[in-house]
Design a protein. Structure first.
Length: 274
């Protein structure tokens, strides 16, 4: 995949997302109520790239699961594309930290899985699936089994599966968390190129402040549990962004500094003493 890709005019425009005062409580086996999200409100415009960062356990995955329709908010409003979200949304594609490819299926058959689940014409979608695999550097790997691929290659295949239907909303939960630094950097660049081409809405959860600022139009910082929005930060940098150059950009450094200070205020990060 290259960053020269231009926006795919035939592709979807993204869908908007609205969260209004979302509360999520879990009941433990002992009957204790755990409040994971505490009145979270967020408006995401169609086509926006949102990164969500926050300390471990603050409710990031809970939020993503609610958006993916895998879980329900205890109270509050969840709208996707202007309509209340009820269950998995047809416009949403999801990528998790683990690729969850089916080991007995070929890479191509994994990418085509959502097509089969929806009862669409598998054969008609084979060229698109092969093109997607080629776009992410997996040309010629369609017939392989997932076990024959590296972690980064499997994650690329997982992304192809999530976008085979050109979802208007791409939900990503720490998709690059398990990758080595070099593979992660390349995947970040490739994701930017993909998003610039598809024009969809992306909600991207990460522990990496640098990848959040690099990729996002807005970085949302969640407080320690129960998750609330501590900071909603616009990143004002032109695209496509280049990894090394972006790190030297004053706007990049300003945004990194703001997020870090937010974590320091909460005691999530500490400055060195002395
Ligand atoms: N099914 C559940 N039952 C009880 N508590 C839960 C359940 N799922 C999540 N929690 C709790 O809700 C809180 C938020 O969990 P969540 O997985 O959303 O955090 P996170 O920010 O994604 O964490 P991490 O960054 O470590 O992945 C945690 O305290 C967790 O223990």
């Amino acid at each position: 995949m290259t960053s020269e890709l231009t926006r795919d005019q035939a592709g979807p425009t993204g869908v908007s997302v609205r969260l209004g005062a979302v509360v999520k409580e879990f009941e433990t086996e002992t009957g204790e109520l755990i409040r994971a999200l505490d009145g979270l409100s967020l408006d995401v415009a169609a086509g926006e790239f949102i990164a969500i960062v926050g300390p471990s356990g603050c409710g990031k995955s809970t939020l993503l699961n609610i958006l993916a329709g895998l879980d329900r908010a205890s109270t509050g409003l969840v709208e996707i594309g202007g309509a209340p979200a009820r269950g998995p949304h047809p416009e949403a594609g999801v990528v998790f930290q683990s690729d969850y490819l089916l080991p007995w299926r070929s890479v191509l058959d994994n990418v085509l899985l959502p097509i089969e689940i929806k009862g669409l014409d598998r054969k008609a979608h084979v060229p698109a699936a092969e093109q997607l695999l080629a776009d992410v550097g997996l040309a010629g790997f369609g017939a392989k089994k997932p076990s024959e691929l590296s972690g980064g290659m499997r994650q690329r295949a997982g992304i192809c599966r999530a976008i085979i239907q050109k979802p208007g909303l791409l939900l990503m939960d720490e998709p690059f968390g398990a990758l080595d630094a070099l593979t992660r950097e390349q995947m970040i660049i490739d994701l930017q190129a993909l998003w610039l081409r598809l024009g969809n809405t992306v909600i991207f959860i990460t522990h990496g402040i640098d990848e959040a600022v690099f990729l996002a139009d807005r970085v949302i910082v969640l407080s320690p549990r129960p998750g609330r929005i501590d900071l909603d930060l616009k990143v004002d940098m032109a695209r496509p962004r280049q990894w090394a150059e972006a790190h030297a950009d004053p706007e990049f450094q300003r945004c990194i500094g703001e997020v870090r200070r937010c974590f320091e205020r909460r005691g999530v990060l500490h400055r060195a003493q002395g």
